[in-house]
Design a protein around this ligand. Structure first.
Ligand code: ACO
Length: 321
């Protein structure tokens, strides 16, 4: 039996970190640090510099993931990138990252599932490894949401940040570790409550993020709860077996609700939303990179990941590190 093992993780954050107060002053927003912290848990976010893109940040995250895995570009068969903010419609951000890393074989492609993109990409990588199509897959989430925000909408522009995260997933035979299962969902009927109102194929230009926050919040709590139940039940596991919950980082209240549901204190939940804000598809691999480097996630730990985003899309993944 072949399984996909997360052999390395890596993250990249742009140098510039902006506090809530700095953001409010710079963008002339009618908001306060207290409002943002109380509703979301967000205190700061990183913003990409001019010239930094989803691919340039993704390359840095991939290099860190390969280094942690003790692997080289020669071990990379595929690059799968989840992003809502690609450098261009094509070449894909994945092909740009492949080229930038110096990988000269295999294949690369982007996929689109908004904030759930990393879970989707992990699922595709796992399936490809299990079916023998690849043995080393870079799975990347990389986003520059600062370029698709409406700075006159205080209800959305305070919520997001830029960054990239990557994991290197490798094939192992008869391993006790690796991805146990992934669980994907979408319901396109709810597309309008969280969307970018434009894009390469639209007549309206690039578009910006539009969100009905309360509606998204309600869907998030119920759908994520169902997804984590599904993931645990599929493997005959209970919440006691989970060493770390690594949730998508959109809002501390959603994260806390999931922790309560799983009977996990915040000491067993990896939280970055306070410093990164919502980096969409990048948030989970950024959190994994942080928690594997600082020693929280250890070999053998069972890690539960979950995310929800535009589509609506949502899902969960269970991995033994
Ligand atoms: N500062 C001050 N006031 C604000 C701000 C702000 N930044 N933003 C909105 N308000 C005001 C609104 O204008 C409104 O004022 P009004 O009553 O005078 O009209 C009031 O606050 C309440 O607005 P709501 O949108 O109802 O505020 P709510 O308590 O729901 O909080 C929030 C908004 C934080 C966005 C919340 O709905 C939420 O977290 N939703 C989930 C969103 C989310 O997590 N999305 C991401 C998941 S998917 C993904 O990652 C893409």
């Amino acid at each position: 039996v072949i399984s996909g093992v997360i052999a390395g993780t890596g993250g990249y954050l742009p140098a510039r970190s902006v506090s809530n107060d700095e953001l409010a002053a710079e963008k002339h927003l009618d908001t306060t640090d207290a409002w943002i912290v109380e509703r979301t848990g967000i205190r700061r976010r990183h913003f990409a510099a001019d010239g930094e893109t989803a691919s340039s940040m993704g390359i840095a995250a991939c290099q860190a993931a390969l280094a942690q895995a003790g692997a080289s570009v020669a071990d990379v068969d595929a690059v799968i990138v989840a992003t809502a903010t690609p450098d261009s419609a094509f070449p894909s951000t994945a092909a740009r990252i492949q080229g930038g890393l110096g990988v000269t074989r295999g294949f690369a492609f982007d996929l689109s599932a908004a904030c759930t993109g990393f879970i989707y990409a992990l699922s595709v990588a796992d399936a490809m490894i299990r079916t023998g199509q690849a043995r080393g897959v870079l799975v990347v989430g990389t986003e520059v949401y600062s370029r698709i925000l409406d700075w006159s909408d205080r209800g959305t522009c305070v919520l997001f940040g830029d960054g990239a995260g990557a994991v290197f997933v490798v094939a192992e035979e008869g391993s006790t570790r690796g991805l146990l299962s992934t669980h994907l969902h979408s319901d396109g009927r709810h597309g309008d409550i969280l969307q970018v109102d434009g894009g390469a194929g639209s007549t309206g230009g690039t578009g910006v993020v539009r969100m009905a926050g309360r509606e998204v919040f309600k869907h998030a709590v119920t759908k994520l709860a169902a997804a984590v139940d599904e993931a645990l039940a599929a493997n005959g596991l209970g919440h006691d077996d989970v060493a770390w919950l690594v949730p998508h980082q959109a809002n501390i209240r959603i994260i806390e609700a999931m922790g309560r549901k799983l009977h996990l204190g915040l000491d067993r939940v990896v939280v970055t939303v306070d410093r990164h804000a919502n980096t969409s598809a990048a948030s989970i691999p950024l959190a994994l990179a942080e928690a594997t480097r600082d020693g929280r996630i250890k070999p053998g730990d069972l890690v539960l990941m979950e995310a929800i985003g535009g589509g609506l899309t949502w899902g969960a993944a269970l991995a033994r590190f």
